[in-house]
Write a protein that binds this ligand. Structure first.
Ligand code: T1G
Length: 702
């Protein structure tokens, strides 16, 4: 076992190398060894300055998140205490930041008197994304170093900045000329500091950071931003901590920051966001598939269909410089698709996100085609044609004939049976689903649908490729709607049925947005298209017909051509983007209720919340029990990354754990009884839920 610290003397310097794989997370053992090493250097008369660096790993990714909630996190020396000790070092400490200094890792560098970074380094304080605030001095030291506004912007965004930007802000003192020479240049910098008898810790540029902003800054900032925070607590807590930095001396500010941090780390919101952090890292791991499994090389990609989805999918590859053949049936459709892609890039260029040259580089990766023969050399083909099994069968039969052996053949279908599609080929082992979410060049979620025959290396290649595209790939088995859309079905069914029972669209969507959804499900379907929902329900008609009230209002709106925003009318009326309640829909709901023998009544917000969300949870538990999803965290990722479920609630299944599985079961049983035949038909608790509750389990696992 390599020591976690590599200590070297090069008098008058000491070099302390951080060496805890994979990212120098500042866990208890590393903190202990770092403290010993710094004390050793400070006690050594031959040493006049200390360089802290990471010889072979990122400088540090921060506190060890896996220690949160455990005694190790606060075991002596805690990170805050260690950094207070370092900041009081009698000898200059120089942080040499190579690739990455995040969270507590950057706070470690801030506790050093001096900082030099490699030109490719990224520096940030992402704690906000974990429902936290920097808890080892960041909220107090950073405003004193770079001023309140840039400090607050860095911490509220949670996004890392480049080394060049860090230099501009004064977050680092200098940059190495090259990453490779950082260690030597850090030592040269240390020698230069000694030569000019630099103080161990220089005075802050802004010792009273409140002087860097107006007297009303914090009130103004709160007024301007609190609306966007919705139910999130951490942004408000962070603002309070930075305000403290403007009101209290450093020591008192650090104590207050610590109190705020310890409260945040115990909060349900932080637990939820940490759950998603680790879930995201688990999602890429498939039991039985070794990380060392050789992958299929993907050098040439083809996309069939240049519509909205096909064009967006193609952009993902062009964005990474991969050549893409975009196949369409007619020249007119192809030209329209390519023009739309160019338009998307030019919009990004107008927003300053792309240069004109980058637009051309990406467009140059795209080759239009009307001939399947052009797909012969593709390593991966993604079909994004009309959502019809007949059409997809035809496409895959052709692909089977023209594509080279070993090519991966993927369908972007959102609900259709991947096994049935694979059966159209002589190579079902090379077939899987790659379900992108619209807009495909923006949405991170990617459902990777594993067919019965899908080969392990095909699945592993798709997962790796998804991550390389910047997506969040989640494995799904084959079922109607896979993970996301299958759960969307009962969730939206309840919303539409509640419209018949007496709730208004505005009330239903308000309950869901107050819970934290970006958009209520009725507004969402008006955006996606009521016609899309109607078509998705088509394969289920045989089952649904047992309940004449099932999505009956949505079907009527479809029949009336009221598809939603695209037709100016759906559940709501649209004047431009302005959404209004529609009395005609209310009247239609009343008529249908009478026709269906539904007695309309006052519906409480609680009933809307419970019926929509607990049905969502219940379907997720069925999906987990059937093995369609590998783990609860995957289901939570699908709904927080693909459907607007508030990430600070951790996803549907994490939320169920937080409110109690027994409560969820009891509530479902309540509606099963209360709602008569409709309840008996649709409010059947998932067997897994019943098993977990019967066993007294509070955590969801198969
Ligand atoms: N703690 C523990 N494990 C971590 C970790 C961390 N901070 N960061 C990464 N890992 C693990 C991760 O679980 C995975 O493990 C492996 O490292 C590779 O990660 C006091 C309190 C650094 C940009 O929020 O953003 O400091 O799955 O797959 O894509 O104020 O990891 O291999 O077993 O993500 O190259 C603040 C979180 C903490 C940074 C690398 N820091 N990490 O991305 O690899 S809170 C963060 C990341 C804090 C202080 C507060 C990314 C990365 P395994 P990976 P990657």
């Amino acid at each position: 076992m390599l020591p976690l610290i590599d200590y070297r003397q090069a008098p008058p310097l000491a070099l302390i190398g951080l060496n805890r794989a994979p990212v120098n997370a500042l866990g208890h053992a590393l903190r202990q060894e770092l403290q010993v090493a710094v004390r050793q250097a400070c006690a050594d008369p031959a040493i006049q300055a200390v360089v802290i660096h990471a010889p072979a790993l990122p400088f540090s990714a921060g506190a060890d998140i896996s220690e949160f909630g455990h005694s190790r996190f606060t075991a002596q020396p805690s990170l805050p205490e260690l950094l207070i000790e370092l900041a009081a070092s009698p000898k200059p400490l120089i942080a040499a930041i190579n690739t990455l200094a995040l969270g507590g890792g950057l706070e470690l560098a801030l506790a050093c008197g001096y900082r030099i970074a490699a030109p490719n380094a990224r520096l940030g304080l992402p704690e906000i994304s974990l429902g936290l605030l920097p808890g080892a001095g960041g909220t107090q030291r950073l405003p004193r170093l770079i001023g309140v506004e840039p400090a607050l912007a860095l911490m509220q965004s949670g996004q890392p900045i480049s080394a060049a930007r860090a230099l501009e802000l004064g977050l680092v003192d200098c940059l190495a000329s090259r990453a490779e020479t950082l260690p030597d240049e850090a030592c040269a910098y240390a020698h230069a500091l000694l030569a000019r008898q630099a103080a161990p810790f220089p005075d802050y540029p802004h010792p009273d950071p409140g002087q860097t902003v107006s007297a009303s800054f914090f009130a103004d900032y709160l007024h301007q931003h609190q609306g966007s925070w919705k139910g999130r607590e951490a942004p408000r807590t962070l603002l309070e901590a930075v305000h403290t930095a403007c009101q209290q001396p450093l020591a008192a500010g650090l104590a207050h920051e610590q109190a705020l941090f310890m409260a945040a780390i115990d909060s349900p919101q932080s637990q939820a966001l940490r759950h998603l952090f680790f879930a995201e890292r688990e999602a890429g791991k498939v039991p039985g598939i070794e990380a060392s499994l050789p992958l299929r090389p993907i050098r040439q990609v083809a996309v069939i269909g240049a519509g909205t989805m096909g064009g967006g999918i193609a952009m993902n590859f062009a964005n990474r410089g991969l050549p893409v053949v975009l196949l369409e049936q007619t020249r007119e459709a192809l030209d329209r698709g390519l023009a739309q892609i160019r338009n998307n890039y030019e919009i990004s260029a107008r927003r300053g996100k792309l240069s004109a040259a980058e637009v051309e580089q990406r467009m140059a990766c795209l080759t239009g085609s009307l001939d399947y023969a052009d797909l012969a050399e593709a390593d991966l083909v993604i079909e994004a044609v009309f959502e019809s099994m007949a059409v997809k069968r035809q496409v895959f039969t052709t692909l089977d004939a023209v594509c080279k052996p070993g090519a991966i053949l993927a369908s972007n279908t959102s609900t259709l049976d991947i096994d049935a599609i694979a059966a159209c080929t002589q190579r079902p082992q090379d077939v899987l689903g790659l379900h992108f979410f619209s807009p495909a060049n923006v949405m991170r979620l990617l459902e990777v649908v594993r067919g019965q025959a899908t080969a392990p290396d095909v699945l592993a290649t798709a997962l790796k490729l998804g991550k390389q595209l910047g997506k969040l790939p989640v494995v799904s088995g084959v079922c109607y709607g896979f993970i996301g859309n299958r759960m969307l079905e009962p969730y939206s069914r309840e919303a539409y049925h509640l419209l018949l029972e007496g709730a208004s669209a505005a009330q239903i969507d308000r309950v869901l947005t107050e819970f934290g959804f970006n958009m209520g499900v009725l507004s969402m379907y008006d955006l996606v298209g009521i016609d899309v929902g109607y078509l998705i329900r088509t394969p289920m008609r045989a089952i649904l017909s047992q309940d004449p009230s099932y999505c009956r209002l949505a079907d009527e709106l479809y029949a009336l051509g009221r598809y939603g925003q695209k037709s100016g009318r759906g559940t709501y009326l649209y004047a431009g983007r302005e959404r209004q309640d529609d009395p005609e829909v209310q009247a239609l709901a009343e008529r249908l209720a009478t026709e269906l023998g539904i007695t309309r009544r006052e519906i409480s917000d609680q009933e809307i919340h419970e019926r929509c969300l607990f049905m969502l949870i219940n379907e997720g538990l069925k999906i987990l029990d059937e093995g369609i999803a590998l783990r609860a965290g995957d289901i939570d990722l699908v709904w927080t990354c693909g459907y607007g479920f508030p990430d600070w609630r951790g996803g549907p299944l994490h939320y169920a754990e937080q409110i109690g599985l027994a409560h969820v079961l009891a509530t479902l049983q309540k509606y099963r009884t209360q709602l008569g035949d409709y309840g008996a038909l649709w409010f059947q608790p998932a067997a897994l839920l019943e098993r977990l509750v019967a066993a007294g389990q509070t955590h969801i696992s198969r």
